[in-house]
Design a protein around this ligand. Sequence first.
Ligand SMILES: [Zn+2]
Length: 81
Amino acid sequence: MAHPTVSETLFEKTTLHKACAYCGAKLEVLVARAAEGNEPFDYDCLECGKQYETEAAMQPEVRLVAPRNDGKTDRYQETMF
Ligand SMILES: [Zn+2]
């Protein structure tokens, strides 16, 4: 009996195009999703730091496509210090 010795985990790679709701930056989010066992992962807007969440098998990779367009330089603040 031959048993397969190599077990491959296949991920479906998806690219999400997202415009940040806070600063307007355009983001490209590369997400690898497994057939099952995905978990919620956080990723941040590269311009203002606003946090988003998506289901994925591993930490999503975020790329900046277009810079923010709100004319500001502040950071999004989820919580007060
Ligand atoms: Zn942003």
